[in-house]
Ligand binder design. Structure first.
Ligand code: CMP
Length: 151
């Protein structure tokens, strides 16, 4: 069966949490067959947020982005599955909700690029970097989903 098993990071950002979309986001990941291997709610510190979004430093939206992601709790989810990085990006949809397709999280629940509910790593390399910023190594869990052999 094709597709290497990958691990990636999904963040439900402050707008997703305060709008009560935590369950909706997790439901969509689980129903696809992805396995949650780490999960926690946290308030991102400025330092951690700036490290996470280091590639955007210097861009016009950087300050606003950091203020927004540190303004209320987030829910961080470590997700595992075949081609998880690409699969998760497809589930969440394009960064700009105006362009995101219906059926995607951003396509269904968001209107503006600076309030787009979720974040997900865009490559295997970034996934590994971002996971290590958010999770300690003892916060990942190993188990078998009952449907794993069928996915
Ligand atoms: P995210 O996937 O978390 O990655 C960077 C975030 O910056 C992005 O989602 C948006 O929420 C935010 N952002 C705000 N303005 C822009 C912009 N013009 N281009 C890209 N990202 C933006």
């Amino acid at each position: 069966m094709s597709g290497a098993v990958e691990r990636t990071l999904v963040l439900i950002k402050p707008d997703g949490v305060v709008r009560g979309l935590v369950g909706e986001v997790i439901r969509r990941l689980e129903q696809k067959g992805l396995k949650i291997v780490g999960l926690k709610m946290m308030l991102l510190s400025r330092e951690r947020a700036e490290e996470l979004y280091a590639v955007h430093r210097g861009k016009p939206f950087f300050e606003g982005l950091i203020n927004y992601v540190t303004s209320a709790p987030i829910v961080a989810i470590a997700v595992e599955g075949k081609s998880a990085v690409r699969v998760v990006r497809n589930i969440i949809g394009l960064t700009n909700p105006a362009e995101a397709r219906p059926g995607t999280i951003r396509g269904d629940f968001a209107l503006s690029i600076d309030r787009n509910i979720v974040h997900a790593a865009d490559s295997v390399e970034n996934a590994s970097r971002e996971l290590s910023i958010i999770f300690n190594s003892d916060e990942f869990y190993s188990y078998k989903r009952v449907d794993e052999d069928w996915l």
